[in-house]
Write a protein that binds this ligand. Sequence first.
Ligand SMILES: [Zn+2]
Length: 284
Amino acid sequence: MTSANQLSTPISPQLWQALNERSRSTGQSIAQIVQQALAEALDLDHDAVYQVSTSGAIFDGVFEGFVTIADLRRHGDLGIGTFDAIDGELIMVDGRCYQARSDGSVRIAPDDLLTPFASVCWHLADSVIDVPGPIDWPGLEQLLDRSRESANATVSIRVDGFFPRLHLRAACRTQAGVDLATATAGQAEFVHHGVAGTLVGFWTPQFAQAISIPGYHVHFISADRSIGGHLLDLQARDLRIELNWTNDLRVAMPNHGAFLTADLAPPDEATVRAVEGQSASDRR
Ligand SMILES: [Zn+2]
């Protein structure tokens, strides 16, 4: 558990015994069990991913924001997404939401800004892995693959460390009605060297591809909050990786015209790769 908030409280012998028995039988830590029980008692969507709109809609060009950043922050403390008119990349870490724009700037996103597409959750590490490295993005993907245990669960990911090389992109502000592949064809790309910072994002199972973007989808923010974007490629070392399993999905649906008339079929794999994956220069 990496939260700065620590709970210390007296507890009855019966509860203590029951907690330990549950921990032994499920393999969960006592912190996880307490966290889950409290979230249930307090009616918080603790292990849910809160998804704004769908991958089908954003790939079809439904770029009109309809959920405020303030609302997004009520549903999680870690996440990724974009802004109204795909004006840059959204990075939420430790409950703060940042906007990395195509001019290379990064700012705290104002609470009244709107998002047309985002995924956020309450990130509390179920497992932590330290990786001295060095490691490249395919190596990190393989390591995450081995650590996830199942391809069928959505997992939120946080990776803190040092990045000798980073290849990022930031979507350029685009008017609605253009599909995402066309809109990101002229995207701004940046290569940075020697940056400390944090990757945040998700592994999303293939079955959820009509809602979320399948596979790994990761954004970066530097420790000094001056550099950010959608991750295309990296070299990394001194990593601390946190994985958080989720078991629920809430989807906020737009009710405006563009969504209601869009083709919401899931994007095909080639299109997802073209838009979200590595650029040609990285694959060489
Ligand atoms: Zn992205």
